[in-house]
Ligand binder design. Structure first.
Ligand SMILES: [Fe+2]
Length: 192
């Protein structure tokens, strides 16, 4: 026969289990959350995220997922922006250990392309590719389009190899010829 203190202890154990289940339900819900970036601290590399539209309180500051290489310095700076869609992964369902993963188009931020087999990187600001070694652009056709000035600032020689080198439709390459040539001190005419 159970004594009343046994019954009391049993009920207490059930209550502890109930509290534990509620806590675990909360943790499970927090393992993966979707949200929208509220604020970005670019210097510290941290974001605050709004989890639910009706939630007045954003998350605390958390890092975003980013390639941070080792001693070979392979890094990727691709910061999220305000309003960007993110998914927060929190180990153990603990938001204080969470990290924001970028991704997912929205009506406000639609895809920049609707084609397969294509990689498109866009930015209203600068795009910088920086390497201690060689940067290679290789394509069937390489087109450089600039809305303003284009400069090449080389610390060493500039070597070009091509069948022809043209400027404004005129051959200025290694086999180009000049008009109005005669021997003497006169200058030649322009390339033909
Ligand atoms: Fe010339």
């Amino acid at each position: 026969m159970l004594s009343s203190s046994d019954v009391h202890a049993f009920i207490e154990a059930i209550r502890r289990l109930e509290r534990r289940v509620v806590e675990l339900e909360g943790r499970i819900e927090n393992i993966v959350r979707e949200g929208k970036v509220r604020e970005v601290d670019y210097e510290k590399g941290r974001v605050k995220v709004d989890i639910d539209a009706d939630d007045k309180q954003p998350t605390r500051w958390m890092p975003w997922q980013q390639r941070a290489g080792g001693e070979d310095g392979v890094n990727d700076w691709n910061p999220p922006q305000e309003g960007e869609r993110v998914t927060i992964l929190s180990p153990g369902g603990r938001p204080e250990r969470g990290m924001a993963m970028q991704g997912g188009w929205t009506d406000d931020n639609p895809a920049p392309s609707q084609k397969g087999g294509e990689r498109v990187i866009t930015a209203k600001g600068n795009i910088v590719i920086r390497a201690g070694g060689t940067i290679t652009l290789r394509g069937e056709v390489v087109a450089v389009e600039s809305g303003g000035d284009t400069t090449i600032d080389a610390g060493g020689n500039i070597e070009t190899t091509s069948t022809e080198l043209n400027h404004n439709g005129k051959n200025v390459g290694d086999d180009h010829k000049h008009s109005d040539v005669k021997s003497g001190a006169d200058n030649t005419g322009p390339p033909v």
